[in-house]
Ligand binder design. Structure first.
Ligand SMILES: [Zn+2]
Length: 106
């Protein structure tokens, strides 16, 4: 149900890994998603269930952080969807940040 996703920017090589979606035991209260904290401009992996209405965060499921997905796969989790390519890079601010699933969690 959840995923561990590895990211990498094709331009500046910024990379990290983050959790996406809860596991089968905690998914009703825990849904980690990648986000940008607009106050610090830093990437954060936050719990969507708690931060959903927090104006401090933009989520990678939001259109604003998505570029052209070029018909690649998307990663769905309930009503959320991530693009796999051309996402907003928190470091160089280009839309060149790619996501790929490293492994699935329960
Ligand atoms: Zn970058």
């Amino acid at each position: 149900m959840g995923n561990i996703i590895a990211s990498k920017c094709r331009i500046c090589n910024f990379e990290n890994t983050f959790k996406y979606g809860g596991n089968r035991f905690d998914y009703q209260t825990n849904c980690p998603v990648p986000a940008i904290n607009i106050e610090t401009e830093e990437f954060e992996n936050v719990n969507y269930k708690i931060e959903i209405n927090n104006p401090k965060y933009k989520f990678y499921s939001d259109k604003e952080l998505k570029g052209d997905n070029e018909e690649n796969n998307t990663f769905g989790n309930f009503n959320l969807e991530l693009n796999s390519v051309n996402n907003y890079c928190p470091k160089c601010k280009n839309f060149a940040f790619d996501f790929r699933i490293k492994f699935f969690t329960d």
